[in-house]
Ligand binder design. Structure first.
Ligand SMILES: Nc1ncnc2c1ncn2[C@@H]1O[C@H](COP(=O)(O)OP(=O)(O)OP(=O)(O)O)[C@@H](O)[C@H]1O
Ligand SMILES: [Mg+2]
Length: 267
């Protein structure tokens, strides 16, 4: 191995994540309230909750992109907020909106991280990038620019870019939104397969009920910044909690009074 190329001394090791009494406020508005949970090494942990409930902020706190108001996140034995932790644990966040560099081709978006961190020579980078693109059926898009991609393709490029980092902790923010049902199922399979093939712990924030209940080992439901419940997917299938049940199995009610108001509006 060329000594110019660096690797974490912890490669091959899987890390759990422990979140303890995490609070986050923006100004005086609390967004996360006393959030505590533990993700075991190698687990797929899904976080579900309505829009605005604090899921993306929570992921950003785990990735140390956001500073918690109080509380702590540990990745294995390391403090997530300590910059040195990023040298020890490879962490990749698949952003909700992709966060690709518009001026770079798909290939260069993927090659950026291994080039900057001198992970391997250019030939090795090419191999990694093309492998990640092939997993997500994106080989033909390698030379395209983000502006030339559909929303779903951007999403897949964002996941491919995370794979190139060979992460030990993978954080996904809505990996299947904007995808057609077949591609959404493929992404769910990829998340599950990656766990089998790599020493990786996955935290998946999602609205996608079938993704969470099919591939997750455990699911947490977050509402209004609080964890309402945590359990195995089968424990949620017959939940009697009305708030959770309404969220997981919403009923479309055309006799809803709100709908009536709309009708009257048109008269
Ligand atoms: N930088 C910020 N400054 C102020 N408020 C913020 C900031 N980021 C998020 N918020 C607020 O925090 C709350 C939670 O936002 P968050 O993005 O975590 O929601 P979410 O659960 O991911 O929703 P969605 O499912 O729509 O993606 C929202 O009320 C949002 O307005
Ligand atoms: Mg979000």
């Amino acid at each position: 191995m060329n000594p110019a190329f660096t690797a974490s001394p912890f490669v091959g090791q899987t890390f759990g994540v422990t979140v303890t009494k995490l609070n986050k406020q923006f100004g005086r508005t609390p967004v996360l309230r006393d959030i505590s949970f533990e993700v075991k090494p190698g687990e797929i942990f899904a976080i579900m909750g309505p829009s605005g409930s604090g899921k993306s902020v929570l992921l950003r706190c785990i990735a140390a992109l956001e500073v918690p108001t109080s509380g702590e996140v540990r990745i294995g034995e390391f403090d997530a907020a300590d910059p040195a932790t990023r040298d020890k644990v490879h962490l990749a966040l698949v952003f909700q909106a992709g966060a690709l560099f518009n001026s770079l081709s798909v290939y260069d978006n993927l090659a950026l991280y291994p080039r900057e961190h001198r992970l391997c020579p250019e030939s090795g980078i090419r191999e990694r990038v093309m492998h990640a693109l092939s997993i997500l059926s994106l080989e033909k898009a390698a030379q395209k620019f983000p502006s030339e991609l559909s929303g779903g393709m951007k999403k897949r490029v964002a996941i491919a870019r995370a794979l190139v980092m060979e992460p030990q902790l993978l954080l996904y923010d809505e990996p299947t939104s904007e995808l057609d049902p077949v591609m959404a199922a493929t992404i769910s399979e990829i998340i599950a397969t990656l766990r089998e093939q790599m020493a990786v712990t996955s935290i998946v924030v999602t609205h996608d009920r079938s993704l969470a209940l099919t591939i997750a080992d455990r699911v947490a439901i977050i509402m209004d910044g609080r964890i309402l419940a945590t359990g195995r997917p089968d424990e949620f299938k017959h939940t009697t909690d009305p708030a959770i049940s309404n969220f997981l199995n919403p009923v479309i009610d055309l006799k809803n009074p709100r709908f009536k108001q709309l009708e009257n509006h048109h008269e």
